[in-house]
Design a protein around this ligand. Sequence first.
Ligand code: B12
Length: 491
Amino acid sequence: MRVLLVKPHAQLLVPIRLQEGFLHLEPLELEIVAGGLGPEEEIKILDLGLRKNRNQFAVFEKTVKLWHPDLVGFTGYSSNLSAIKKLAQLTKSLNPRIITVVGGIHATLLPKDFAVGQVDIIVRGEGGVVLREIVRRFKKKEPLFFDNLALSTRDPEFKTKADLGPPDYPEIDKIPLPRRDLVERSRYFCIWTSSGTGRLKTLFPQVASLRTSIGCAFSCTFCVIHHLMHRRYLQRQALDVVNEIAGLKEEHIYFLDDEMFLNSQRCQQIAELLLKHNIKKEYISWARSDTIVKHPEIFKLWKQAGLSTVYVGLESMDEKKLVEYKKRLSVETNRKAIAILKEIGITLHAAFIVHPDFNEEGFKRLEKEILALCPAEVTFTVLSPSPGTPFWQENKERFTCDPYYYYDCMHTILPTRLPLRKFYRHFSRLTELALRANPLRVNKIKVPFGDFIRAIVRGTKYIIALQLIYRDYPPSRRRPRWCSIYPKKND
Ligand code: B12
């Protein structure tokens, strides 16, 4: 059987596409799904974000016409919803006998959004085990839907199942290993600014991604993970993780875990095994600031094992905002974590949330924080409620635009206090400052000339694109809507 697995890119292309100039990670979700299928299946992974041709529909159509798949599986975040629906429609118009399956974050959150005739099966949760079962049923001519994992509108119980809470998750060791051989590995990279020697062979090394745990024990308002998993935290065995790392040919690894270090014992074991077996690679991971403060010794150990950069969702340096985001930690904890990473010599990648209620003062305060963090990598997103979360429900009446189409955490979907043009001028200025605070520049790290030029060009294009985001909205939407929330006196 021929299985085509497809990762589309977002519709509102420019900022996301430019972001991909700094990192483009392999489609691990599709590699894992493929890993569940038997050797008798022919599998192709199509990562549409990689294609130079901006018309992803044309690229997809050509592939289907040339390759004749029996089943097409799509993955995507909420921002990919409309692209996936169009691609499913295109599939059926090319050949109605092709089975269309949709999985991924949005399908798990809001399966009903895919309840259209062109989508045969909606998969919730982990897909590796589920697609294998769908393929088995297809071959046996059995119904393709089952449990609360593979849903179909043809199932009379579809609505009930789609309204159930998070799907069941398999035992973590039942999740297949990714079929990394199905992608062009040289195409996946991540900007790497951390250097112990003052020079870097390349600024854009080839990177592999890997997942050691699934889920998170916290429930921040802006995040979807606790809605998908009810705050469950599934952890792979240390040895299993280390074996996977050892098998990778890439020297740079990006851990995709939401929070890898929640179980300090497990993380200690992983680091010790890496050191014991002399596995020399460099790593990027995400961690909460309170985890870093609770277990600085684990980060010290990980530094020895190769941890170069830690992405920390600092979100804000304003106590009230941290409470509003239900972050369950304080500004002081954020500051302590920054100091700890600096002392250990791990590069900090600070992720901040820009609140739509920011006035000039709010932006200025954040600018000061960036300068204080220097040297650090710093990135920003705009506070955006994700579809399928209570935060989204609470804000339902306030959206200023299509909250699906514009949901990329760059385009605001909530009313801004400042007019949009001004808001995005400030927003892009943050990134401009961040580039100046970057360790590469501050620590005068030597990089190949070509990479340096590439970084400058991409950085400049990105800053301009951020400034021009306001143009993606119809002119009538570019002014703030005072009536909706903010009292005018605070202007
Ligand atoms: C790493 C990451 C990124 C990377 C990109 C990774 C990549 N490979 O492209 C970067 C940093 C670039 C990124 C950017 C963005 N991200 Co992001 N990201 C993540 C993170 C941390 C991990 C994603 C991941 O790869 N997980 C590992 C894979 C293996 O798990 P999975 O996707 O769930 O897949 C499994 C199942 O869902 C299922 N499945 C998936 N697809 C399919 C398909 C089929 C056919 C089947 C059967 C099953 C199936 O099986 C898979 C394997 O078991 C998640 C958080 C999370 N835990 O998911 C956020 C997350 C996905 N990101 C999110 C967001 C909002 C974004 C941005 C829009 C905003 C931003 N600026 O950050 C951009 C958009 C980028 C884009 N290209 O569209 C949100 C999405 C929310 C939503 N409602 O969609 C998440 C969930 C974060 C959050 N906590 O809310 N992101």
